[in-house]
Design a protein around this ligand. Structure first.
Ligand code: ATR
Length: 289
C-alpha cells in the first residue's frame, strides 16, 4: 500500500483495540479494490466526544466504534440510522456535513451473513438464547426484518421480559415472547432457527452451553452462534447432532466490515472479494471451516 497526499483515513475507536481484526478486513478490501485508504486502530481511554470531534476536524472519512463506546458514541453524532436508533448502539460512523451519521453494521452484517447461508428471518419463528446487549440487538433485527415470532430465552427471565416489552413497543406488534431458559420445553414443537447470543461457550470455556437437552435441539433446523472462537461451539455440535445446520459468527464480523467499507467508499464489495477476505480472516484466526 502506498500512502500519499490523497490517502483517506479510516479507523477504529475503542478500548482495548489491540486484538481487533478490522484493519485486516479493511486494508485487504482496500488493496483489492484499489481504494486509496488506510485503516488504523485508535485506543481511546476517555474523552470520546473529543476523539470524534478531532477525527472530524482531521478529515477522517469513517470510523468504527467498539467496546465500550457503542452506545455512548450516539451522543457524539449528528444523525443515526433508524435501526441503529432502535437498538441504541452504533458501530460505524460515516462522515456527513458537520459530523458523522451512525449505523449498526453489526446487525445488518449479521443479516447479510445469514443471507449468505440462505437463512431466512422474514415470517420465521425464531429462538434467541440470551437477553444481554448482543441478544437485544438481535431481537430488534429479527423484529425489524419481519420475523413472525421471536422466543427470547434467558436465565434471568426479567431481562427477557424487558427486551420483549421494548421491542414490541418499538415495532408496534407482539412479536417477542419472553421465556425463562429452563422453560424451553414449552416452545412450539416445530423446527425453528435459533440464534445463540449468550456469552456461554466462548473460549476457554468452549465445552459449556446454556441448554444441553436433545429435545431442545430437535426443534432447531438451523443454529447460528454469534461466537466464532471456538469455531465449532458445543451449541453448534448439539444442533448438528440432531440433524440441523450450524454456523459460527465469523461471517457476521466479515460483513459488518464489508458494509462499513461500502458506506465509507460508496462502492459495492463483490461476493467474490468478501470470500477472499473471509479466507484471510480464517487464516489469521487459525479457523479451518
Ligand atoms: P453481551 O454484550 O455479549 O450480550 P451481556 O450483556 O453481559 O453480554 O449478556 C450475557 C448473556 O449471556 C446474558 O443473556 C446472560 O444471562 P443473564 O442475563 O441471566 O446473566 C447470559 N449468560 C452468561 N452466563 C450465563 C450462564 N452461565 N448461564 C446462562 N446464561 C448466561
Amino acid at each position: 500500500m502506498e500512502i500519499n497526499g490523497k490517502t483517506k483515513l479510516m479507523g477504529l475507536i475503542g478500548n482495548p483495540v489491540e486484538h481487533t481484526m478490522s484493519p485486516v478486513i479493511h486494508n485487504t478490501i482496500a488493496a483489492h479494490m484499489n481504494e486509496n485508504m488506510a485503516y488504523l486502530p485508535f485506543p481511546v481511554k476517555d474523552n470520546l466526544n473529543t476523539a470524534v470531534k478531532g477525527a472530524y476536524a482531521l478529515g477522517v472519512q469513517g470510523m468504527n466504534v467498539t467496546v465500550p463506546y457503542k452506545s455512548e458514541v450516539m451522543e457524539c453524532l449528528t444523525e443515526a440510522d433508524e435501526l441503529a436508533k432502535s437498538i441504541g448502539a452504533v458501530n460505524t460512523l460515516v462522515r456527513v456535513e458537520g459530523g458523522y451519521r451512525g449505523y449498526n453494521t453489526d446487525m445488518t452484517g449479521l443479516y447479510r451473513a445469514m443471507q449468505s447461508y440462505g437463512i431466512k428471518i422474514e415470517k420465521e419463528k425464531i429462538v434467541i438464547l440470551g437477553a444481554g446487549g448482543a441478544a437485544r440487538a438481535v431481537a430488534f433485527l429479527c423484529a425489524y426484518y419481519g420475523a413472525e415470532k421471536v422466543y427470547i430465552l434467558n436465565r434471568s427471565v426479567e431481562k427477557a421480559q424487558a427486551v420483549s416489552e421494548e421491542v414490541n413497543k418499538a415495532m408496534g406488534r407482539e412479536c417477542l415472547v419472553p421465556m425463562a431458559l429452563e422453560d424451553y420445553e414449552l416452545l412450539p414443537e416445530e423446527k425453528m432457527l435459533c440464534i445463540q447470543a449468550t456469552s456461554v461457550g466462548l473460549s476457554p470455556k468452549e465445552h459449556e452451553v446454556v441448554i444441553e437437552d436433545d429435545s431442545f435441539y430437535r426443534r432447531i433446523h438451523t443454529g447460528y452462534d454469534l461466537i466464532y472462537r471456538p469455531s465449532n461451539t458445543r451449541f453448534m455440535q448439539l444442533v448438528k447432532e440432531q440433524g440441523g445446520n450450524a454456523y459460527h459468527g465469523l461471517k457476521m464480523l466479515l460483513y459488518q466490515g464489508v458494509e462499513a467499507f461500502e458506506f465509507w467508499n460508496q462502492v459495492k464489495v463483490s461476493e467474490e472479494l468478501a470470500d477472499k477476505v473471509y479466507e484471510v480472516m480464517k487464516g489469521e484466526m487459525h479457523i479451518e471451516e
